[in-house]
Write a protein that binds this ligand. Structure first.
Ligand code: FES
Length: 504
Protein backbone atom coordinates (compact mmCIF):
# COMPACT_ATOMS: atom_id res chain seq x y z
CA UNK A 1 0.00 0.00 0.00
CA UNK A 2 1.90 2.99 -1.27
CA UNK A 3 1.12 6.57 -0.44
CA UNK A 4 -0.13 9.08 -3.01
CA UNK A 5 3.38 10.52 -3.09
CA UNK A 6 4.86 7.20 -4.20
CA UNK A 7 2.07 6.62 -6.71
CA UNK A 8 2.91 9.77 -8.63
CA UNK A 9 5.23 8.84 -11.49
CA UNK A 10 5.66 12.29 -12.95
CA UNK A 11 8.93 12.98 -11.21
CA UNK A 12 10.74 9.68 -11.50
CA UNK A 13 13.03 10.55 -14.45
CA UNK A 14 15.96 11.03 -12.11
CA UNK A 15 15.75 7.42 -10.92
CA UNK A 16 18.39 6.51 -13.48
CA UNK A 17 20.90 8.45 -11.38
CA UNK A 18 20.88 5.70 -8.78
CA UNK A 19 22.71 2.39 -9.00
CA UNK A 20 24.00 -0.27 -6.63
CA UNK A 21 27.37 0.12 -4.97
CA UNK A 22 29.66 -2.05 -7.09
CA UNK A 23 33.12 -1.02 -5.91
CA UNK A 24 34.97 0.17 -2.81
CA UNK A 25 35.02 3.92 -2.20
CA UNK A 26 36.72 6.54 -0.09
CA UNK A 27 34.83 9.72 0.79
CA UNK A 28 34.60 12.48 3.40
CA UNK A 29 31.15 11.56 4.72
CA UNK A 30 29.21 8.31 4.35
CA UNK A 31 25.47 8.68 5.02
CA UNK A 32 23.44 5.54 5.71
CA UNK A 33 19.87 6.12 4.57
CA UNK A 34 18.38 8.24 1.77
CA UNK A 35 15.22 9.53 3.42
CA UNK A 36 14.70 13.27 3.73
CA UNK A 37 17.05 13.48 6.74
CA UNK A 38 19.95 11.71 5.01
CA UNK A 39 19.37 13.64 1.79
CA UNK A 40 19.27 16.98 3.64
CA UNK A 41 22.59 16.19 5.33
CA UNK A 42 24.01 15.19 1.93
CA UNK A 43 22.68 18.35 0.34
CA UNK A 44 24.22 20.75 2.86
CA UNK A 45 27.56 18.90 2.93
CA UNK A 46 27.86 18.61 -0.86
CA UNK A 47 27.09 22.33 -1.17
CA UNK A 48 30.01 22.97 1.20
CA UNK A 49 32.32 21.03 -1.13
CA UNK A 50 32.62 17.81 0.90
CA UNK A 51 32.59 14.45 -0.84
CA UNK A 52 29.41 12.63 0.13
CA UNK A 53 28.30 9.04 -0.45
CA UNK A 54 24.73 8.02 0.48
CA UNK A 55 23.87 4.32 0.82
CA UNK A 56 20.20 3.28 0.75
CA UNK A 57 18.97 -0.26 1.27
CA UNK A 58 15.69 0.22 -0.64
CA UNK A 59 15.44 0.31 -4.43
CA UNK A 60 14.48 3.97 -4.33
CA UNK A 61 15.14 7.04 -2.19
CA UNK A 62 12.67 8.26 0.47
CA UNK A 63 10.44 5.24 -0.01
CA UNK A 64 9.89 4.39 3.68
CA UNK A 65 8.93 6.90 6.40
CA UNK A 66 9.64 9.98 4.23
CA UNK A 67 7.43 8.65 1.47
CA UNK A 68 4.53 7.80 3.78
CA UNK A 69 4.31 10.98 5.85
CA UNK A 70 1.50 13.53 5.71
CA UNK A 71 4.31 16.08 5.10
CA UNK A 72 3.23 18.93 7.34
CA UNK A 73 6.11 21.36 7.82
CA UNK A 74 5.38 22.91 11.18
CA UNK A 75 6.84 23.75 14.56
CA UNK A 76 3.44 22.90 16.08
CA UNK A 77 4.18 19.39 17.31
CA UNK A 78 0.78 18.87 18.92
CA UNK A 79 0.78 20.02 22.59
CA UNK A 80 4.49 20.10 23.39
CA UNK A 81 5.59 23.54 24.56
CA UNK A 82 4.01 23.55 28.02
CA UNK A 83 5.44 20.07 28.52
CA UNK A 84 8.89 21.27 27.41
CA UNK A 85 8.81 24.35 29.66
CA UNK A 86 7.89 22.10 32.61
CA UNK A 87 10.45 19.41 31.79
CA UNK A 88 13.51 21.18 30.35
CA UNK A 89 12.84 24.86 31.12
CA UNK A 90 12.03 28.03 29.20
CA UNK A 91 15.37 28.38 27.46
CA UNK A 92 15.43 24.93 25.89
CA UNK A 93 11.72 25.05 25.06
CA UNK A 94 12.36 28.30 23.22
CA UNK A 95 15.33 26.77 21.38
CA UNK A 96 13.17 23.82 20.33
CA UNK A 97 10.57 26.23 18.95
CA UNK A 98 13.11 28.48 17.20
CA UNK A 99 14.97 25.50 15.70
CA UNK A 100 11.75 24.16 14.18
CA UNK A 101 10.54 27.58 13.02
CA UNK A 102 13.93 28.11 11.39
CA UNK A 103 13.63 24.70 9.74
CA UNK A 104 10.47 25.84 7.92
CA UNK A 105 12.40 28.75 6.42
CA UNK A 106 15.44 26.55 5.66
CA UNK A 107 13.21 24.19 3.67
CA UNK A 108 11.60 27.12 1.85
CA UNK A 109 15.09 28.45 1.03
CA UNK A 110 16.30 25.11 -0.35
CA UNK A 111 13.19 24.82 -2.51
CA UNK A 112 13.76 28.33 -3.85
CA UNK A 113 17.51 27.98 -4.36
CA UNK A 114 17.19 24.64 -6.17
CA UNK A 115 13.98 25.52 -7.94
CA UNK A 116 12.25 22.36 -6.65
CA UNK A 117 8.70 21.94 -7.90
CA UNK A 118 7.18 20.16 -4.87
CA UNK A 119 3.80 21.85 -4.26
CA UNK A 120 5.24 23.80 -1.35
CA UNK A 121 2.55 26.07 0.07
CA UNK A 122 2.12 28.13 3.20
CA UNK A 123 -0.69 27.01 5.49
CA UNK A 124 -1.77 27.80 9.02
CA UNK A 125 -1.52 24.88 11.41
CA UNK A 126 -4.03 24.09 14.16
CA UNK A 127 -4.26 21.81 17.19
CA UNK A 128 -7.95 21.63 18.06
CA UNK A 129 -10.23 19.89 20.50
CA UNK A 130 -13.86 18.83 20.58
CA UNK A 131 -13.54 17.73 24.18
CA UNK A 132 -14.42 19.96 27.14
CA UNK A 133 -11.72 18.29 29.26
CA UNK A 134 -8.99 19.24 26.77
CA UNK A 135 -9.93 22.90 26.47
CA UNK A 136 -7.89 24.05 29.43
CA UNK A 137 -4.83 22.23 28.08
CA UNK A 138 -5.23 24.01 24.74
CA UNK A 139 -5.45 27.40 26.46
CA UNK A 140 -2.41 26.66 28.65
CA UNK A 141 -0.43 25.49 25.62
CA UNK A 142 -1.25 28.72 23.80
CA UNK A 143 -0.09 30.75 26.81
CA UNK A 144 3.10 28.67 26.95
CA UNK A 145 3.82 29.29 23.25
CA UNK A 146 3.17 33.03 23.66
CA UNK A 147 5.51 33.13 26.65
CA UNK A 148 8.25 31.81 24.35
CA UNK A 149 7.76 34.82 22.10
CA UNK A 150 5.77 33.19 19.29
CA UNK A 151 2.50 34.64 18.05
CA UNK A 152 0.18 31.67 18.25
CA UNK A 153 -3.50 32.38 18.73
CA UNK A 154 -6.31 30.73 20.67
CA UNK A 155 -9.36 30.53 18.36
CA UNK A 156 -12.83 29.06 18.63
CA UNK A 157 -13.55 28.75 14.94
CA UNK A 158 -11.48 27.20 12.13
CA UNK A 159 -12.02 26.39 8.44
CA UNK A 160 -12.75 22.74 9.41
CA UNK A 161 -16.18 21.42 8.35
CA UNK A 162 -17.20 20.94 12.00
CA UNK A 163 -17.28 23.12 15.09
CA UNK A 164 -14.41 22.95 17.53
CA UNK A 165 -14.43 23.96 21.18
CA UNK A 166 -11.05 25.62 20.84
CA UNK A 167 -7.82 25.52 18.85
CA UNK A 168 -4.31 26.94 18.77
CA UNK A 169 -3.38 28.49 15.46
CA UNK A 170 0.26 28.65 14.31
CA UNK A 171 0.31 31.03 11.34
CA UNK A 172 2.45 30.68 8.21
CA UNK A 173 3.53 27.07 8.49
CA UNK A 174 3.75 24.92 5.31
CA UNK A 175 3.11 21.65 3.51
CA UNK A 176 4.55 19.99 0.39
CA UNK A 177 4.98 16.77 -1.58
CA UNK A 178 7.83 14.97 0.25
CA UNK A 179 8.86 12.76 -2.66
CA UNK A 180 9.20 15.63 -5.09
CA UNK A 181 11.23 17.46 -2.45
CA UNK A 182 13.42 14.38 -1.86
CA UNK A 183 14.11 14.09 -5.59
CA UNK A 184 14.97 17.80 -5.72
CA UNK A 185 17.52 17.26 -2.92
CA UNK A 186 18.93 14.16 -4.65
CA UNK A 187 19.35 16.01 -7.94
CA UNK A 188 21.14 18.86 -6.17
CA UNK A 189 23.44 16.39 -4.35
CA UNK A 190 24.39 14.68 -7.61
CA UNK A 191 24.85 18.06 -9.30
CA UNK A 192 27.34 18.90 -6.54
CA UNK A 193 29.31 15.66 -7.11
CA UNK A 194 27.65 13.64 -4.35
CA UNK A 195 26.88 9.96 -4.97
CA UNK A 196 23.73 8.04 -4.08
CA UNK A 197 23.59 4.23 -4.19
CA UNK A 198 20.30 2.35 -3.76
CA UNK A 199 19.60 -1.36 -3.23
CA UNK A 200 22.71 -1.19 -1.05
CA UNK A 201 22.26 -2.72 2.40
CA UNK A 202 24.80 -1.68 5.02
CA UNK A 203 25.64 -4.52 7.36
CA UNK A 204 28.33 -3.10 9.59
CA UNK A 205 30.22 0.04 10.53
CA UNK A 206 33.60 -0.16 12.22
CA UNK A 207 36.31 2.26 13.22
CA UNK A 208 39.71 1.60 11.65
CA UNK A 209 42.39 4.03 12.83
CA UNK A 210 40.97 7.48 12.12
CA UNK A 211 38.41 6.30 9.59
CA UNK A 212 35.10 4.49 9.50
CA UNK A 213 34.61 1.44 7.31
CA UNK A 214 30.97 1.03 6.28
CA UNK A 215 30.44 -2.44 4.81
CA UNK A 216 27.83 -4.01 2.58
CA UNK A 217 28.06 -7.75 1.82
CA UNK A 218 30.50 -7.10 -0.99
CA UNK A 219 31.95 -3.61 -0.71
CA UNK A 220 33.32 -1.03 1.70
CA UNK A 221 33.15 2.74 2.00
CA UNK A 222 35.98 4.39 3.91
CA UNK A 223 35.13 7.80 5.37
CA UNK A 224 36.14 10.30 8.00
CA UNK A 225 32.55 10.73 9.19
CA UNK A 226 29.41 8.58 9.20
CA UNK A 227 25.83 9.78 9.58
CA UNK A 228 23.25 7.19 10.60
CA UNK A 229 20.07 8.30 8.83
CA UNK A 230 18.36 4.94 8.76
CA UNK A 231 15.20 5.80 10.73
CA UNK A 232 15.83 3.49 13.74
CA UNK A 233 19.57 2.87 14.30
CA UNK A 234 20.44 -0.68 13.31
CA UNK A 235 23.66 -0.59 15.36
CA UNK A 236 23.00 -1.22 19.06
CA UNK A 237 26.39 -1.33 20.65
CA UNK A 238 27.30 1.80 22.61
CA UNK A 239 24.20 3.80 21.66
CA UNK A 240 21.44 2.33 23.87
CA UNK A 241 18.73 3.76 21.62
CA UNK A 242 16.69 0.60 22.03
CA UNK A 243 16.23 1.57 25.69
CA UNK A 244 15.22 5.13 24.87
CA UNK A 245 12.86 4.77 21.93
CA UNK A 246 10.02 2.70 20.51
CA UNK A 247 8.11 2.73 17.22
CA UNK A 248 4.53 3.70 16.52
CA UNK A 249 2.43 2.78 13.49
CA UNK A 250 -0.12 5.23 12.12
CA UNK A 251 -2.51 5.17 9.19
CA UNK A 252 -3.50 7.59 6.44
CA UNK A 253 -6.29 7.64 3.87
CA UNK A 254 -6.49 9.95 0.84
CA UNK A 255 -10.09 10.94 0.21
CA UNK A 256 -11.84 12.64 -2.70
CA UNK A 257 -14.47 14.87 -1.07
CA UNK A 258 -15.33 16.81 -4.25
CA UNK A 259 -14.94 20.55 -4.50
CA UNK A 260 -15.59 21.54 -0.86
CA UNK A 261 -11.98 21.94 0.15
CA UNK A 262 -10.71 24.08 3.01
CA UNK A 263 -7.39 25.63 4.04
CA UNK A 264 -5.12 24.70 6.93
CA UNK A 265 -3.44 21.67 8.52
CA UNK A 266 -5.02 20.12 11.60
CA UNK A 267 -4.56 17.63 14.40
CA UNK A 268 -6.68 17.13 17.52
CA UNK A 269 -5.21 17.01 21.00
CA UNK A 270 -7.24 14.07 22.31
CA UNK A 271 -7.32 10.34 21.55
CA UNK A 272 -8.05 8.92 19.06
CA UNK A 273 -5.95 11.25 16.97
CA UNK A 274 -7.18 12.63 13.66
CA UNK A 275 -5.06 14.76 11.38
CA UNK A 276 -6.10 16.58 8.20
CA UNK A 277 -4.53 18.37 5.26
CA UNK A 278 -5.23 18.60 1.55
CA UNK A 279 -2.77 17.48 -1.12
CA UNK A 280 -2.70 18.03 -4.86
CA UNK A 281 -2.72 14.74 -6.69
CA UNK A 282 -3.10 14.31 -10.43
CA UNK A 283 -5.24 17.40 -10.88
CA UNK A 284 -7.38 16.82 -7.77
CA UNK A 285 -7.23 18.03 -4.20
CA UNK A 286 -7.44 15.02 -1.92
CA UNK A 287 -8.04 15.21 1.82
CA UNK A 288 -5.41 13.27 3.78
CA UNK A 289 -6.83 11.95 7.03
CA UNK A 290 -4.32 10.41 9.44
CA UNK A 291 -4.41 8.76 12.85
CA UNK A 292 -5.38 5.47 14.55
CA UNK A 293 -1.84 5.26 15.98
CA UNK A 294 -0.63 2.38 18.11
CA UNK A 295 2.65 1.06 19.40
CA UNK A 296 4.06 -1.22 16.71
CA UNK A 297 3.61 -4.88 17.50
CA UNK A 298 0.78 -4.27 19.99
CA UNK A 299 -1.44 -7.28 20.32
CA UNK A 300 -4.57 -5.40 19.32
CA UNK A 301 -7.11 -5.86 16.57
CA UNK A 302 -5.83 -3.70 13.72
CA UNK A 303 -8.51 -4.59 11.22
CA UNK A 304 -10.45 -1.37 11.93
CA UNK A 305 -7.57 1.08 11.58
CA UNK A 306 -8.59 2.46 8.18
CA UNK A 307 -12.30 2.12 8.98
CA UNK A 308 -11.89 4.44 11.99
CA UNK A 309 -10.46 7.12 9.69
CA UNK A 310 -13.04 6.51 7.00
CA UNK A 311 -15.89 6.60 9.54
CA UNK A 312 -14.68 9.95 10.83
CA UNK A 313 -14.47 11.62 7.43
CA UNK A 314 -17.81 10.16 6.32
CA UNK A 315 -19.50 11.96 9.21
CA UNK A 316 -18.92 15.17 7.24
CA UNK A 317 -18.70 13.88 3.66
CA UNK A 318 -20.94 10.79 3.39
CA UNK A 319 -20.40 10.50 -0.39
CA UNK A 320 -16.61 10.82 -0.31
CA UNK A 321 -14.39 8.22 -1.97
CA UNK A 322 -11.33 6.73 -0.29
CA UNK A 323 -8.73 6.44 -3.06
CA UNK A 324 -5.54 5.48 -1.21
CA UNK A 325 -4.64 3.93 2.12
CA UNK A 326 -1.22 3.50 3.67
CA UNK A 327 0.57 3.29 6.98
CA UNK A 328 3.93 4.26 8.34
CA UNK A 329 6.23 3.86 11.30
CA UNK A 330 7.72 6.60 13.44
CA UNK A 331 10.34 6.47 16.18
CA UNK A 332 9.07 7.88 19.47
CA UNK A 333 11.44 9.10 22.18
CA UNK A 334 10.58 8.77 25.82
CA UNK A 335 11.00 12.49 26.55
CA UNK A 336 9.39 13.73 23.28
CA UNK A 337 12.66 15.29 22.04
CA UNK A 338 14.56 13.83 19.05
CA UNK A 339 18.07 12.41 19.44
CA UNK A 340 20.45 14.47 17.33
CA UNK A 341 24.25 14.57 17.43
CA UNK A 342 27.03 12.16 18.29
CA UNK A 343 25.94 8.49 18.15
CA UNK A 344 28.01 7.63 21.24
CA UNK A 345 30.84 9.20 23.23
CA UNK A 346 32.86 6.14 22.24
CA UNK A 347 32.42 6.66 18.49
CA UNK A 348 33.47 10.27 17.77
CA UNK A 349 32.79 11.15 14.15
CA UNK A 350 29.63 9.03 13.90
CA UNK A 351 26.41 11.06 14.04
CA UNK A 352 22.75 10.23 14.33
CA UNK A 353 19.35 11.87 13.92
CA UNK A 354 16.36 9.80 15.02
CA UNK A 355 13.24 9.86 17.18
CA UNK A 356 11.46 12.57 15.22
CA UNK A 357 8.17 11.68 16.97
CA UNK A 358 5.99 11.98 13.84
CA UNK A 359 7.25 15.52 13.12
CA UNK A 360 10.06 14.56 10.77
CA UNK A 361 9.74 17.30 8.18
CA UNK A 362 11.08 20.08 10.41
CA UNK A 363 12.99 17.79 12.81
CA UNK A 364 15.01 16.27 9.96
CA UNK A 365 16.09 19.73 8.86
CA UNK A 366 17.00 20.69 12.45
CA UNK A 367 19.00 17.46 12.70
CA UNK A 368 20.79 17.97 9.38
CA UNK A 369 21.87 21.49 10.39
CA UNK A 370 23.17 20.37 13.80
CA UNK A 371 25.15 17.47 12.37
CA UNK A 372 26.52 19.38 9.39
CA UNK A 373 27.66 22.13 11.77
CA UNK A 374 29.43 19.51 13.91
CA UNK A 375 31.22 18.08 10.88
CA UNK A 376 32.22 21.55 9.68
CA UNK A 377 33.39 22.54 13.18
CA UNK A 378 30.71 25.21 13.61
CA UNK A 379 28.74 25.87 16.79
CA UNK A 380 25.01 25.25 16.46
CA UNK A 381 22.91 27.24 18.91
CA UNK A 382 20.26 24.51 19.21
CA UNK A 383 22.41 21.39 19.65
CA UNK A 384 22.10 21.25 23.47
CA UNK A 385 18.35 20.66 23.33
CA UNK A 386 18.68 17.48 21.31
CA UNK A 387 21.89 15.84 22.65
CA UNK A 388 21.59 12.27 21.40
CA UNK A 389 23.75 10.65 24.06
CA UNK A 390 21.47 11.82 26.90
CA UNK A 391 20.31 9.04 29.14
CA UNK A 392 17.77 10.90 31.27
CA UNK A 393 14.82 9.76 29.08
CA UNK A 394 15.33 6.46 30.83
CA UNK A 395 14.02 8.17 33.97
CA UNK A 396 10.60 8.14 32.28
CA UNK A 397 9.99 5.05 34.36
CA UNK A 398 6.48 4.29 33.30
CA UNK A 399 7.22 4.07 29.59
CA UNK A 400 10.54 2.30 30.14
CA UNK A 401 8.77 -0.14 32.45
CA UNK A 402 6.29 -0.89 29.72
CA UNK A 403 9.08 -1.49 27.23
CA UNK A 404 10.97 -3.82 29.51
CA UNK A 405 7.79 -5.71 30.40
CA UNK A 406 7.02 -6.06 26.72
CA UNK A 407 10.53 -7.34 26.02
CA UNK A 408 10.46 -9.81 28.88
CA UNK A 409 7.03 -11.10 27.93
CA UNK A 410 8.10 -11.50 24.38
CA UNK A 411 11.12 -13.54 25.27
CA UNK A 412 9.12 -16.16 27.14
CA UNK A 413 9.43 -19.43 25.31
CA UNK A 414 6.71 -22.10 25.12
CA UNK A 415 3.93 -19.61 25.59
CA UNK A 416 1.47 -21.46 23.40
CA UNK A 417 1.00 -25.14 22.74
CA UNK A 418 -1.07 -25.93 19.70
CA UNK A 419 -1.59 -29.53 18.56
CA UNK A 420 -0.32 -30.24 15.09
CA UNK A 421 -3.82 -31.06 13.89
CA UNK A 422 -4.92 -27.54 14.71
CA UNK A 423 -2.85 -26.29 11.82
CA UNK A 424 -5.62 -27.54 9.59
CA UNK A 425 -8.03 -25.27 11.39
CA UNK A 426 -6.21 -22.03 10.63
CA UNK A 427 -8.49 -19.81 8.62
CA UNK A 428 -7.25 -18.65 5.26
CA UNK A 429 -5.59 -15.20 5.19
CA UNK A 430 -4.67 -15.26 8.89
CA UNK A 431 -1.45 -15.74 10.83
CA UNK A 432 -0.65 -17.28 14.22
CA UNK A 433 2.29 -18.29 16.38
CA UNK A 434 2.27 -22.01 17.21
CA UNK A 435 4.50 -24.46 18.92
CA UNK A 436 5.36 -27.12 16.39
CA UNK A 437 7.86 -29.93 16.97
CA UNK A 438 9.10 -28.10 20.05
CA UNK A 439 9.81 -24.87 18.14
CA UNK A 440 7.95 -21.60 17.91
CA UNK A 441 6.59 -21.25 14.42
CA UNK A 442 4.89 -18.25 12.86
CA UNK A 443 2.40 -19.43 10.29
CA UNK A 444 0.49 -17.46 7.71
CA UNK A 445 -2.08 -19.22 5.54
CA UNK A 446 -2.78 -17.14 2.44
CA UNK A 447 -6.11 -16.66 0.66
CA UNK A 448 -5.58 -19.90 -1.30
CA UNK A 449 -4.55 -21.94 1.74
CA UNK A 450 -0.82 -21.88 1.01
CA UNK A 451 1.23 -21.94 4.23
CA UNK A 452 4.22 -19.67 4.89
CA UNK A 453 6.17 -20.53 8.03
CA UNK A 454 8.88 -18.45 9.69
CA UNK A 455 10.70 -18.42 13.00
CA UNK A 456 8.76 -15.61 14.75
CA UNK A 457 11.73 -14.33 16.70
CA UNK A 458 12.91 -10.82 15.88
CA UNK A 459 16.39 -10.77 14.37
CA UNK A 460 17.19 -7.55 16.26
CA UNK A 461 17.27 -8.65 19.91
CA UNK A 462 15.12 -11.75 19.95
CA UNK A 463 11.60 -10.67 20.93
CA UNK A 464 8.62 -12.78 19.96
CA UNK A 465 6.80 -11.21 17.01
CA UNK A 466 3.08 -10.41 16.78
CA UNK A 467 0.96 -11.09 13.71
CA UNK A 468 -0.48 -8.00 12.02
CA UNK A 469 -3.58 -9.15 10.19
CA UNK A 470 -4.14 -5.82 8.46
CA UNK A 471 -0.83 -5.69 6.59
CA UNK A 472 -0.04 -9.41 6.81
CA UNK A 473 3.24 -8.70 8.56
CA UNK A 474 5.15 -9.93 11.60
CA UNK A 475 5.67 -6.94 13.93
CA UNK A 476 8.01 -6.63 16.89
CA UNK A 477 6.52 -5.18 20.09
CA UNK A 478 9.94 -4.28 21.48
CA UNK A 479 11.48 -1.76 19.06
CA UNK A 480 9.17 -1.96 16.08
CA UNK A 481 10.97 -4.00 13.42
CA UNK A 482 8.58 -5.43 10.85
CA UNK A 483 8.80 -8.37 8.44
CA UNK A 484 6.53 -9.55 5.64
CA UNK A 485 4.82 -12.94 5.87
CA UNK A 486 7.72 -14.57 4.06
CA UNK A 487 10.10 -13.13 6.65
CA UNK A 488 11.66 -10.33 4.59
CA UNK A 489 12.73 -7.43 6.77
CA UNK A 490 10.68 -4.27 6.13
CA UNK A 491 11.57 -1.86 8.94
CA UNK A 492 14.65 -1.35 11.14
CA UNK A 493 16.26 -1.80 13.60
CA UNK A 494 16.48 -5.46 12.48
CA UNK A 495 18.52 -5.75 9.31
CA UNK A 496 18.28 -9.52 8.80
CA UNK A 497 15.30 -11.46 7.42
CA UNK A 498 13.50 -14.01 9.61
CA UNK A 499 14.58 -17.63 9.38
CA UNK A 500 12.23 -19.72 7.29
CA UNK A 501 10.84 -22.87 8.89
CA UNK A 502 10.41 -26.00 6.87
CA UNK A 503 7.06 -27.70 7.43
CA UNK A 504 6.81 -31.43 7.15
FE1 FES B 1 14.31 -4.96 18.82
FE2 FES B 1 12.62 -6.62 17.67
S1 FES B 1 13.02 -4.63 17.13
S2 FES B 1 13.88 -7.00 19.38
Amino acid sequence: MDSIWLNDNLFLNSKENFKNLEYDLTTDVCIVGAGIFGLTCGYYLAKQGLNVVILEKEADIASKTSGHTTAKITSQHNLIYKYLIDSVGMEQAKQYLCANQEAIENIANIIKAENIDCNFERQDSYVYTLNENELEKIKLENEAVNSLGFNSEFVTSTPLPFDVLGAIKFPNQAQFNPIKYAYGLANAIIHNSGEIYTDTLVQNIEKEDDNFITSTITHKVKSKYVILASHYPFIDRLGYYFLKMYQSTSYVIAVDIGSKTFDGMYINSEQPTFSYRFANFQGKKLLLVGGADHKTGSKIDLSNAYKILEGEVKKYYPDCKVLYKWNTEDCITLDKIPYIGEFSHFMPGMYIGTGFNKWGMTSSNVAANIIVDRILGRKNEYENVFVSTRLHPIKNNQELGNMIKETANSLVINKFKVPEDDLKNIENDTGHVFEYNGEKVGIYKDKDGKIFAVKPICTHLGCLLSWNNLDKTWDCPCHGSRFDYEGHQLYNPAIRDLDEVEME
